[in-house]
Write a protein that binds this ligand. Structure first.
Ligand code: IPD
Ligand code: CA
Ligand code: CA
Ligand code: CA
Length: 269
């Protein structure tokens, strides 16, 4: 097949080991977080970045360039290169930076791989909870060694739904969604890491996760897990979603359409 000249095994193994190594590097910064300079990105006082985010991204990018020099790259902190390649790595060095700098444990390293434009490999390392979520197209998704399965819920009242944060784009849809979810007997929860919340949907811990706008580095690794665990997602990649971001919904198969309906047409507009 067309895939046979690409070494997916090597890339999957690399994604896992690199996520674990980068997460350990993250832990060394996390232990000294009080000494790290924190900068604000643009005018949003809550959108923060530290030297740890940049160093971890440089570390991952350097390793990938050594191992797979022909592959493309897209990262939150250092931008993109080689996006026309068949294999493109999409990474977030720290997802949950606001948690990280404030001493909350909900952060992770997220490493995803697109092959011919499709999410194919994902590895999300959460060092504070010793959890490595990983998966590969057609081979299942796991937390450490345990297979992941999306929830069997058939109504939003049967579990917890993750909700993201406010964004300039689509923020008018956020509170109305929460109100409708509550009216249906549902409940929302937010932990500050979209990548981990996505992994939790794959694990059946959450029945869904909605954010009015997410970026591809937040969710690419997680999307592989959700698909392999039997979950559903919206048409996230439309209109250049890979580079621009889009509204985002992942959910267990029995509640996806109910959640999509509560959100309304803005989800896939
Ligand atoms: C953020 C987290 C957060 C989500 C934001 C993201 P960052 O990523 O995933 O949960 O609500 O949309 O930007 O900045 O911590 O990498
Ligand atoms: Ca960020
Ligand atoms: Ca992120
Ligand atoms: Ca980040």
């Amino acid at each position: 097949s067309a895939m046979s000249n690409l070494d997916i095994d090597a890339r999957y193994a690399c994604a896992k080991s690199l996520a674990l190594e980068a997460a350990q590097l993250g832990m060394t910064y996390y232990r000294q977080r009080e000494t790290l300079d924190v900068e604000h990105k643009g005018s949003d006082r809550q959108d923060v970045v530290s030297i740890a985010d940049k160093r971890i991204e440089d570390f991952i990018r350097g390793r990938l360039a050594e191992r797979f020099p022909e592959d493309g790259f897209l990262g939150e902190e250092s931008g993109s290169a080689g996006l026309k390649a068949r294999c493109v790595w999409v990474i977030d060095p720290i997802d949950g930076t606001a948690c990280f700098v404030n001493g909350l444990h909900n952060w992770c390293v997220s490493i995803g791989l697109l092959v011919d434009g499709e999410p194919h490999v994902g590895a999300i390392a959460d060092p504070n909870h010793d959890e490595l979520f990983h998966g590969c197209l057609g081979r299942g998704a796991y937390v450490n060694e345990t297979p992941l399965r999306a929830s069997t819920a058939t109504h939003v009242c049967e579990g917890l739904t993750g909700a993201g944060t406010f964004h300039p784009r689509g923020k008018e849809h956020f509170i109305p969604f929460l109100e409708k979810l509550l009216a249906e007997g549902g409940m929302f929860i937010r932990n500050g890491s979209g990548a981990l919340m996505t992994a939790y949907v794959a694990a059946g811990r959450l029945i869904g996760y909605y954010e009015t706008e997410l970026k591809s580095w937040d969710c690419l690794a997680g999307l592989v897990l959700v698909a392999e665990a039997g979950g559903l997602r919206n048409d996230f990649f439309r209109n250049d979603g890979l580079l621009r971001g889009n509204p985002y919904l992942v959910a267990a198969p029995g509640v996806y359409s109910q959640l999509a309906k509560l959100i309304g047409p803005s989800l896939d507009a």
